[in-house]
Design a protein around this ligand. Structure first.
Ligand SMILES: Cc1ncc(COP(=O)(O)O)c(C=O)c1O
Length: 353
């Protein structure tokens, strides 16, 4: 702690990202990255953008990318906001749309960045406990609030709500902005983007980091009513006008256009998830049925999640363990390639014998 730190800085409790080892000896199943590389088309677009024009600033409005996303989701360009990762899009959302007199509501078990942003931006919040079976229940949110945010599918549980339930949230809270963080939606849930035209209090955020294999490019976006988007633009243009690099705009646009690779990639991951879930259960794990590119699994009796995390790490397999109330008995395991998941299962068998 330095005496030069502001009071706000002293009070922060920063987000701790999953480990990113510098060597590649690990099978990385800890940060929900995609095990498959971006397609040749996407890589080519990024490489082509790496030219002498880099001396010039990128398009501050990222029009090419916004239009591509708008066409893909059948909305207008002014319904689309883009940012340098969905974490950044979320940060702007907290400032622009979720800071009000009444508390922001989100689940107690959810993306752990939400309370971090609340502290950073001085937003009052209330965490609503998930049910015993880790469900988000509409009735628990029927209290005065300055906004609601949750991931769908939720993280780290992998559980998804259906669209009628999302719509019930929107109808129950016509005077609050409801943010649906769809970081994992492509792996098994329905996007709420189609509801944006009907509900001016809905903002949907997505990322290119998971289903589009571009965690390293740092691109995210939001879709919502044009006035919500205009609010996000005001904050972004007060913070970082050239949020996306030339490479990011080109690569992300190419990714949206390359529907074939996107489809086959996400289907592969879903298939692997469905294959390994019963195999983990055979090893004694309780696995929550997942709609995401990870599973949340409770180790068999006789093993604590923390021990197992350590033992797997010693065998060069990284999974995610959260030392936090209610979830410290679980491991979050990202779905890797079939070979990586077979290596995990084999290692778990040797640990158990
Ligand atoms: C629920 C959720 N939202 C948002 C993000 C942020 O993704 P990114 O900043 O890579 O776009 C993550 C990343 O793990 C996440 O789990």
């Amino acid at each position: 702690m330095s005496r030069f730190w502001s009071q706000r800085t002293r009070e922060l409790d920063p987000y701790v990202p999953g480990e990113q080892p510098k060597d590649s000896q690990y099978i990385k199943l800890n940060t929900n990255e995609n095990p498959y590389p971006p397609s040749a088309q996407v890589l080519q677009a990024i490489q082509q953008a790496s030219n002498g024009d880099l001396r010039l600033y990128s398009d501050p409005n990222a029009d090419e990318l916004k239009q591509t996303i708008a066409d893909y989701y059948a909305v207008e360009k002014n319904n689309v906001f883009v940012g340098n990762s969905s974490d950044e899009v979320l940060a702007h959302t907290f400032v622009a749309l979720l800071k009000h007199d009444k508390p922001l509501l989100f689940p107690d078990i959810s993306y752990s960045f939400y309370p971090v942003y609340c502290r950073l931006f001085g937003i009052d919040y209330q965490m609503i406990p998930l049910s015993e079976h880790f469900d988000i229940r509409l009735e628990d949110y029927a209290i005065p609030n300055g906004g609601i945010i949750f991931p769908n599918p939720n993280a780290p549980t992998g559980k998804a709500l259906d669209l009628p339930t999302i719509e019930a949230f929107l109808q129950q809270h016509p005077d609050s902005v409801i943010v649906i963080d769809e970081a994992y939606v492509d792996f098994g849930a329905d996007t709420a983007i189609a509801l944006v035209k009907q509900y001016n209090n809905l903002l949907v955020t997505q990322t290119f980091s998971k289903s589009r294999s571009l965690a390293g490019l740092r691109v995210g976006f939001a879709v919502g009513d044009a006035e919500l988007i205009a609010g996000l633009e005001r904050v972004k243009n007060s913070f970082h006008p050239y949020a996306l690099s030339r490479e990011a705009i080109a690569g992300a646009s190419a990714s949206i256009k390359d529907t074939e690779s996107f489809e086959s990639n996400r289907q592969k991951i879903i298939k692997t998830r469905e294959r390994i879930t019963p195999l983990l259960e055979q090893l004694g794990f309780s696995v929550i049925p997942s709609s995401a590119n990870f599973v949340f699994a409770k180790p068999p009796a006789g093993y604590t999640a923390e021990q197992l995390y350590q033992q797997l790490k010693q065998q060069n397999i990284l999974v995610r363990y959260f030392n936090a109330p209610r979830i410290d008995e679980y491991l979050r395991i990202t779905i890797g390639t079939d070979d990586e998941m077979d290596a995990l299962l084999q290692t778990l068998r040797t640990i158990q014998t």
